[in-house]
Design a protein around this ligand. Sequence first.
Ligand SMILES: *Cc1c(COP(=O)(O)O)cnc(C)c1O
Length: 400
Amino acid sequence: MSYQPDENGFYGQFGGAYIPEILYKCVDELQKAYLPIIESQEFKNEYYQLLRDYAGRPSPLYYARRMSEKYGCRLYLKREDCNHTGAHKINNAIGQILLAKKMGKTRVIAETGAGQHGVATATVCALMDMQCEVFMGKTDMERQHTNVERMRMLGAEVTPVTTGNMTLSDACSAAIRDWCCHPSDTYYLVGSTMGPHPYPDLVARLQSVISEELKWQLEEKVGRNYPDYLIACIGGGSNAAGTIYHYMDDDRVKIVLAEAGGHGIDSGYTAATMHRGKVGILHGSRMLVMQTPDGQIEEAFSISAGLDYPGVGPMHCNMAEKGRTKVLAINDDEAIYAGYELTRLEGIIPAIESAHAVAALGKLKFSKEDIVVLTVSGRGDKDVETYINNKEMAKEYGNF
Ligand SMILES: *Cc1c(COP(=O)(O)O)cnc(C)c1O
């Protein structure tokens, strides 16, 4: 059984490319161009050289001794938080900027929610001397002001989006609208495993370097190249896709993904798309979407801006539907607690997104010998204020 997309970008019933007529030509061009380019030796040389010398890969695989004792397993952390710009997003941004160059594009656009993908995109545009415009909801610009300043310092134009709830979903729509107006010179650098085909596949391949490294790092550290469990958080699905890519068809490996429960999946304030979503089309792709009975998109809610999206990538919809992955909803308070716990037991402050994955540990039953790999998708520097403001959610650690 394979979980790869078919030639039209369908993962089972999910995926595809639902785009306005005017984008047909440039999406078709991208569909035809991406595989020959990213599989070429020339691309690979440049991509791996930048991942190594610029992003700082391979990211460490770290044996977390104190956390292992606590959870009764052998826990290894895949440290995407150590990457340049602080998260896994740079892997994708580097790959797509090289692709954009090779396709002869001169202008790059991107959407961003928390600002992490916007920063990664602005970074590679500075590196490659490309014009860059980032669309960001006005609400998010206020919530994530330092990332706005980082993008501007890097030379990007940050355009406030004032439609809808003025958050990530609206920023995606604005980026697609801009793309419709500039289809020939502009490259749309999508930040996760979402959007019309080929983006979900393209982003998954560019992030698959995570599990490619896991194979040899595990061989080196534990004497076999696969774990018993893989755990990752999931928003659009890119760090999860990278973590599981080379293990999807390996039944020895159990996969557990943590989505954002917000205040609880039945509270009306949630981003638990796989628990709450119904099949629908959003931002060019058929996937699980949180929506009202008559098809209006519902606003997502999570303490973590990076998981705050009403949809989830088609690859993950299909794998969850087929029972290959187990998806847990982690609530805000559980994520905050787990973030404090990792900080105190290992000296690693995780991004709040990643803390959702950490919280999944407490919901699983391990045996002592189990090898568990958990991806720490990003670092928590951007979230310190949120951790402090919610320290009552981590009573054991938050009484300072
Ligand atoms: C953006 C982000 C996520 C969520 O995006 P995915 O595409 O699901 O990986 C998770 N963690 C961090 C640190 C992020 O910046």
